[in-house]
Write a protein that binds this ligand. Structure first.
Ligand code: MTE
Ligand code: MO
Length: 342
């Protein structure tokens, strides 16, 4: 792991861990806003519901259908280093391409738990809250998702990751998994599910994880939800020296919410001409797609760029400068590496 800070623990997956569909649990990025808390014994469901509930993981296993899903988590700060190269972002972590990963999750559908509690008509947002006091707010970490997302069967209250009980750093004993949304909504060490008429007032919904205009740093911005289509090049590494001849290029691409990756393009002339990369594995909503192509590399400096397209015909913007924002979120500009051939 590439450790960015130890207290709280923040670490990203090295490139070698980003080329397979499933990310090994021990190599999966860790993003914490506070200390890892002791495991909460139960969680409560409250707010705009007919019946308040208090449930343990054993209650979830016994009383609800277990669902399994391969889903990618991607921190809104993934690839922030590319924005920091444009203009510094003090106080934020310079994440490379490894603040993302994909696992097989097992848990109960949030929709089923909300049905058991009787979600009221006025409940337009569902708040998820964790156990630990966050550094930035002194309050437990939390956030909310809109009602329609909360009722989509893909949102899990998960107790297993890659076939094993959740580990402490990934939220044991129970966490939310909100596929296709910024990682921050996948709240770990879950203690509360609250139904509200309005979005959560939690710091990480109301203040942080908002897209603030570059020229209005004191503005409110908008709360981040579904992530934007993104991709990065994992092999070769930026700055590498590679042999002339056949050069394998590998990367990942991820489309937000329920969209699919439909194409990945690679260029060696700065985006004037593009070739299509091969998409590996099978298409599946909620999970990233690995891709591969082979270039004929001639001796000398070589810049490789890549961009993905999603099923809504959205693609990635060329320039990180056009995306720069005061908190450094959602850098989905073209992937770029420069290598020396020969
Ligand atoms: N309780 C709690 N949940 C949390 C966080 C946190 O700091 N506290 N970090 C969030 C963020 S910003 C991300 S990107 C994901 C990361 O999940 P992981 O550490 O399992 O990769 O967890 C989210 N859930
Ligand atoms: Mo995050």
């Amino acid at each position: 792991m590439i450790v960015h800070s130890r207290d709280p623990l923040n670490a990203e997956t090295p490139r070698s861990g980003l080329t397979s569909v499933l990310t090994a649990t021990g190599a999966f990025y860790v993003r914490n806003h506070g200390p890892i808390p002791g495991p909460p014994a139960s969680f409560r469901v409250g707010g705009l519901v007919e019946r308040e509930l208090e449930l343990t993981v054993a209650d979830l296993r016994a009383g609800f259908e277990a669902r399994e899903l391969v889903a990618t988590l991607q921190c809104a700060g993934n690839r922030r280093a590319g924005l920091m190269a444009v203009r510094d972002i003090p106080g934020e972590t310079a994440w490379g391409p490894g603040a993302t990963g994909t696992a097989l999750w097992r848990g109960a559908a949030l929709a089923d738990v909300l049905a058991a509690a009787g979600l009221r008509e006025e409940a337009a947002h569902v708040e998820l809250v964790g156990a630990e006091p966050a550094e930035e707010s002194g309050e437990p970490f939390g956030g909310s998702i809109p009602r329609a997302k909360a009722l989509g069967g893909e949102v899990l209250l998960a107790w297993e990751m890659n076939g094993e009980p959740l580990t402490a750093e990934h939220g044991a004993p129970l966490r939310a998994i909100v596929p296709g949304y910024i990682g921050a909504r996948s709240v770990k060490w879950l203690t509360h599910v609250n139904a509200f008429a309005e979005p959560s007032r939690n710091h990480f919904q109301a203040v942080a994880y908002r897209l603030i205009p570059a020229d209005d740093p004191d503005g409110d911005g908008v709360a981040l939800g579904a992530v934007a289509v993104n991709a990065d090049i994992i092999v070769p590494e930026d700055g590498a020296r590679v042999a002339a001849g056949e050069l394998e290029v590998l990367g990942y691409a991820f489309a937000g919410d329920d969209r699919l990756i439909v194409r990945v393009d690679v260029s060696t002339d700065g985006g004037r001409h593009w070739r299509e990369a091969d998409l590996l594995g099978d298409p599946a909503p909620w999970a990233w797609r690995q891709w591969r192509t082979v270039l004929d590399a001639r001796p000398g400096p070589l810049e490789i760029v890549a961009r993905a397209w999603d099923s809504a015909a959205a693609t990635q913007p060329e320039d990180p400068a056009s995306l720069w924002n005061p908190k450094g979120y959602v850098n989905n500009s073209w992937a770029r590496v420069e290598v020396q051939v020969g």
